[in-house]
Design a protein around this ligand. Sequence first.
Ligand SMILES: NC(=O)c1ccc[n+]([C@@H]2O[C@H](COP(=O)([O-])OP(=O)(O)OC[C@H]3O[C@@H](n4cnc5c(N)ncnc54)[C@H](OP(=O)(O)O)[C@@H]3O)[C@@H](O)[C@H]2O)c1
Ligand SMILES: [Zn+2]
Length: 371
Amino acid sequence: MAERPYVVASAAMSVDGCLDDTTPERLLLSDAADFDRVDEVRSGCDAILVGAETIRRDNPRLVVRSDLRRQARLESGRPADPVKVTLTASGELDPGARFFAAGESDKVVYAAGGSAGTARERLGDVATVVDGGDPLDLEVVLADLRRRGVRRLLVEGGGRVHTAFLTAGFVDELHLVVAPFFVGDADAPRFVGDGAFPYHPGHPMRLADVRRIGDLAFLRYVLAADHYWLAEAIEESRRCPVSPSAYSVGAVLVDVEGREISRGYSREADPRDHAEEAVLAKVADDDPRLRTATLYSTLEPCSARASRPRPCAELVIAAGIPRVVIAWREPDLFVDCHGVEDLRAVGVEVVEKPELASEARSVNAHLFRTA
Ligand SMILES: NC(=O)c1ccc[n+]([C@@H]2O[C@H](COP(=O)([O-])OP(=O)(O)OC[C@H]3O[C@@H](n4cnc5c(N)ncnc54)[C@H](OP(=O)(O)O)[C@@H]3O)[C@@H](O)[C@H]2O)c1
Ligand SMILES: [Zn+2]
């Protein structure tokens, strides 16, 4: 698919999987400490998305609450609040809702084709209304958000939205908070409805973190994150100045919370630069994030090179990076590479994603053309 934002889905639910009860008041599933955690996650995102029903039922503000975090966002050149995004097929949204009235950010409404005109008449003064396809197509929505500069999107529910994003395979990580009680009502909204989820007993999610917040349990699952970041590295590789005698490689360095640290590509600043060097040049040697980071590279890090004294596998080990994800192994075109073996020998976890190998290789098609 086209480039899209990194997607974090977040929900709080009862032990029996409910997002709310059936009373008109919103059911509180979090405590102050958890709201603060969500505020931190929000402040790290470029946009927040909720379904139209959540706006109608909860009338949420969806802003960053902490003044310090708002200030930090402004200082880093971002608006104090993330962009607010919603989806609707009916177009039935109240322009006076807090979603539109609160905060200083842009608001974007993706309306299914048939309702885009009505939605624009009703909401045109308070939001940008975009035709999201008929029926609404999440791929169109995500590609459009990326074009608007959204690189990290927080999906905050409700259940229909979570079901749509998860079944489509567009969630890179999932944050779940489990409250210590039952709702016990089949009519209450659930975290997800029925659907063909790509994560099932034969293909489970990876549990990346478990935290206790009072009597709440916070669970952080990693879903499509490796695929997402490696696809970003492939995009980066397309920026390389082409060379007849060297690979075009892209790399992205990502912290343990799934946030980008840096990215780079071969020959970025100097004709001898490898992508891994370009990435590492943008991080201080003693940056503590390196010790838990993952390096995504389209090609196996080199184990020997003529242009500089230290091969990239050695640089990765020296930087203390514990995990490397690659799309393809270096073919025996220029040198016999054993970067993967060198990394594994010292305990670095190396994950290969062969499903992205042909795309990474296609950026280097010029090297394989026979005269
Ligand atoms: N505990 C939590 O973390 C949490 C977070 C958020 C919400 N909630 C709760 O969740 C409940 C609402 O959940 P919900 O599942 O009923 O609604 P929802 O997912 O918030 O919104 C569903 C609505 O969004 C629009 N929509 C969503 N996906 C669409 C798609 N693929 N194509 C077109 N339109 C789409 C439609 O709007 P139209 O009807 O306008 O066509 C649809 O009816 C509320 O009770 C709220 O309190 C809980
Ligand atoms: Zn190298």
